[in-house]
Structures are given as structure tokens and as C-alpha cells.
Design a protein around this ligand. Structure first.
Ligand code: ZN
Length: 203
């Protein structure tokens, strides 16, 4: 199983980090050891002083495919969830400046909390989704698929040009604007179409 994460998929988020709007999707991988399930506590790693939350819509691939055309991509996922792409922004900045890969900043243990799955059909389809993140009760991020630069079908088409997608692979579809540092004691709550799926503490 691999975790595919999309970078800069919302223009406001690309801007808030001073990045250009990408002309094609940007993706990177996290290992399965990054997963953090069942709302377990997230422990800030000691190698970073600036870990950011990135709320993301996540889909799970449900059939094997390569070179998937965007128009057939809806056949490859039927469930959706919320995840957080925890990012050590200080390390990422260092990697970006040196032109190095981002793994240190993005792929560490526990960097990919993932909530329970919900059937897309029961939520009225992909276009009908809306999601938000509250930190200590205050709304920090919110988004909907229409704000994505690249629709999930285009993400599947793009990524599957380069690597085979397998059953159980996850795609974290990028974060809306509003990312910020988490500190010990923070409580993160995230909602998908009004239902609370993430309720976790930071230590
Ligand atoms: Zn992200």
C-alpha cells in the first residue's frame, strides 16, 4: 500500500506558502508507517519546531490500474475520508532551498492521520463534499472539491501515468489554505459534510 499526496492543489494555499500555481499536479509519497489511525494522539517529533496541519480529503483506490483516463477514474474509488498531512515546515523549507526531496519533512511516523471511510454515494457524490478543520474549537481550514486546481479524476490520471495504482492505495488530495503550526495540547477536529471524523490531540 502506498500513500500518494498531492501538493499545491488549492490556489490560495499555494499562495500562502509563496509557491507558484502548478501547471500539472505535484505528488510525493508517504510510507505506510506514516499512518495514524483511530484518532490516536499525534506526538510532535523532536526534529521539528514547526509542524503544520494540512487537512485533506482522502480517497482509497479500489481496483488495479495504470494509465487510467480521467473519464474512467470514477470507477477506481467509491469511498472518501479525511486525513491530515502533517508537515515539518522548517525541514521542508530547508529541503526546498537545497533542491532535496521532502521525505524528512513529510513522511515521518504518524504524519498521516486518517479517519474512517464513508461511501461517496451516501454523501451525494464527490462534488457534494465539504470539509473543515477546527483547532481548539476555532475554524482554521475549510474546502470543497470545486476549489481544487486538479480534480481527483485528473489526479488519478496523472499519477497512474507514472505508477500502477493498487487496491488500498490512498490519495491525499492536497490542502486548502489556512495551514498553521500545531503545539502541544492542541485539539484537532475535522468534519466531512457536518460529521466529525477527526478528533485528536497533539502532544
Ligand atoms: Zn498536503
Amino acid at each position: 500500500m502506498k500513500i500518494i499526496c498531492i501538493g499545491r492543489n488549492y490556489s490560495l494555499h499555494a499562495k500562502e506558502l509563496g509557491n507558484e500555481i502548478p501547471k500539472e499536479p505535484i505528488f510525493f509519497l508517504k510510507p505506510d508507517s506514516a499512518l495514524l489511525l483511530k484518532n490516536k494522539t499525534f506526538f510532535i517529533p523532536d526534529f521539528s519546531n514547526d509542524v503544520h496541519h494540512e487537512l485533506e480529503l482522502v480517497i482509497r483506490i479500489n481496483r488495479l490500474g495504470k494509465h487510467i483516463p480521467a473519464e474512467f477514474a470514477p470507477r477506481y474509488y467509491s469511498e472518501v475520508s479525511l486525513g491530515i498531512d502533517f508537515t515539518a515546515r522548517d525541514l521542508q523549507q530547508e529541503c526546498k532551498e537545497k533542491g532535496l526531496p521532502w521525505e524528512k519533512a513529510k513522511a515521518f511516523d504518524g504524519s498521516a492521520p486518517l479517519a474512517e471511510w464513508r461511501k461517496l454515494e451516501a454523501l451525494g457524490g464527490f462534488e457534494n463534499l465539504e470539509y473543515k478543520l477546527l483547532v481548539n474549537g476555532k475554524e482554521r481550514q475549510s474546502g470543497k472539491p470545486s476549489e481544487m486546481l486538479f480534480h481527483v479524476n485528473d489526479l488519478i490520471a496523472h499519477v497512474s501515468k507514472y505508477m500502477t495504482l493498487k487496491i488500498g492505495d490512498l490519495i491525499y488530495t492536497g490542502t486548502p489554505a489556512g495551514v498553521s503550526r500545531v503545539v502541544e495540547g492542541d485539539q484537532l477536529e475535522a468534519f466531512l459534510n457536518g460529521e466529525k471524523l477527526i478528533d485528536m490531540r497533539v502532544k
